[in-house]
Design a protein around this ligand. Structure first.
Ligand code: PGA
Length: 241
């Protein structure tokens, strides 16, 4: 894994956006793997800035998102579909029909997950995937466990993640208890992965990802096995490396 330590969140975000812009400019019909959470917001702001400055065109770009709460409606402000529209898609010229987020309203969850996975393959796979890292080392909603699911699936959220995400909801009780998430193998199919970490709260997770055992108990540590992963973190997240 290539590791880049940046002075600040802004520098980390700029570098990540530059990687994405370069890929889009080389391949106008590329497939972006996108993530939600606080961490990539700065990168999305940079992408919007670059779009407005005429440095990048999203007209042919397609995107697939890592995960979504379940159940949740797309107009719920806490849904990841809403997040993506708000922070990125509504601010540039991507064709919304070409943006995919797991269906938080699916009635047949197993079928919907299978279709989501097939769609990633039908799109030709992900050219570049951005990831955040959870304080417990999760990626997407692949939570630490003795074994992990390879493909898109429904999963129970851990108490740790419910607590971490409750800051976005009125109360902890309002956080959905399940999510749909791409699995580790779905993520590994991405040709290139950029993982972002910012702030001291992520320092332990970054240390475990890079320096501990490669284990499903720290899902992010598995990324060390992928041939093209760049970790971009700020100084605070890099405190223990
Ligand atoms: P965050 O979440 O970007 O909001 O810190 C990352 C994650 O939990 O994967």
């Amino acid at each position: 894994m290539k590791v880049v330590i940046k002075e600040s969140y802004a520098d980390m975000s700029r570098m990540a956006a530059d990687i994405f812009v370069e890929i889009i400019n080389q391949k106008s019909e590329c497939v972006l793997g996108l993530a939600t959470g606080d961490t990539p917001i700065g990168m999305y702001e940079c992408l919007v800035e670059d779009y407005k400055a005429g440095k990048v065109d999203f007209a042919g770009v397609k995107s697939v998102n890592l995960d979504e709460y379940y159940p949740i409606t797309p107009d719920n402000e806490q849904s990841y579909r809403y997040f993506m529209n708000y922070h990125l898609f509504d601010k540039m010229n991507i064709n919304k029909a070409d943006t995919y987020v797991p269906d938080g309203q699916a009635t047949n969850v197993a079928k919907s997950c299978e279709a989501y996975e097939k769609n990633i393959d039908a799109l030709g796979g992900i050219d570049v995937q951005v990831l955040g890292i959870g304080r417990n080392g999760h990626v997407g909603f692949n939570e630490p466990d003795c074994e992990l699911y390879p493909y898109t699936h429904v999963t129970d959220l851990t108490a740790n993640t419910i607590e971490a995400n409750s800051r976005f909801f009125e109360s902890e009780d309002d956080v959905p208890k399940q999510a749909l998430t791409m699995g580790i193998e779905s993520i590994f199919k991405a040709r290139k992965i950029v993982i972002l970490a910012s702030g001291e709260g992520k320092a332990e997770a970054v240390k475990a990802m890079l320096g501990g055992k490669i284990t499903t108990k720290c899902p992010a540590s598995l990324l060390r096995l992928h041939p093209d992963v760049t970790l971009i973190c700020d100084k605070n997240a890099a405190k223990f490396i």
